[in-house]
Design a protein around this ligand. Structure first.
Ligand code: CMP
Length: 138
């Protein structure tokens, strides 16, 4: 069993498509081990995306991610990290595979609907960033 962090990004919450993404997550047989809705401050978004500090899109990305509420979740299952990344599709929705979440719900490379941890190391950091032990319902 492995855990990954998923975020439903502000434009999806704003549009009212949260339920569709959660349905897809359940249909793909992930267990939702923890979940909450929150609005990040700019500083909190910068902390979360610290590995991207210095990149040309960092300021726009963190402004966007703090522009409205997001839904954060811990997804659990076999190979959860790799599997969730496959289901999300490529970072740029224009390049994402047919049937992927970003293809269906993404707008552009920044407003790409969802986030997923990219390694075991980042999953550990990202899960710890948002959730304390008592918030898990496994
Ligand atoms: P995410 O998987 O959340 O990880 C980093 C985010 O930066 C990415 O999705 C996009 O929302 C955003 N981003 C914006 N521009 C780029 C870019 N050129 N390359 C990669 N990520 C980008």
């Amino acid at each position: 069993m492995e855990r990954t962090l998923a975020i439903i990004k502000p434009e999806v919450v704003e549009r009212g498509d949260v339920g569709k993404i959660i349905t897809r997550i359940e249909e793909e047989n992930f267990k939702i081990a923890a979940m909450k809705m929150l609005r990040l401050t700019k500083a909190q978004a910068e902390g979360f995306y610290h590995v991207h500090r210095g990149k040309f899109f960092f300021d726009e990305l963190t402004t966007y991610m703090s522009s409205g509420p997001v839904v954060v979740m811990v997804l659990e299952g076999e190979n959860a990290i790799r599997r969730w990344r496959q289901i999300m599709g490529a970072t740029d929705p224009a390049k994402a595979e047919e049937g992927s979440i970003r293809k269906e719900f993404g707008t552009d490379i920044q407003r790409n609907a969802v986030h997923g941890s990219d390694s075991q190391e980042s999953a550990a950091f990202e899960i710890g960033y948002f959730f304390a032990g008592m918030e898990f319902h496994a």
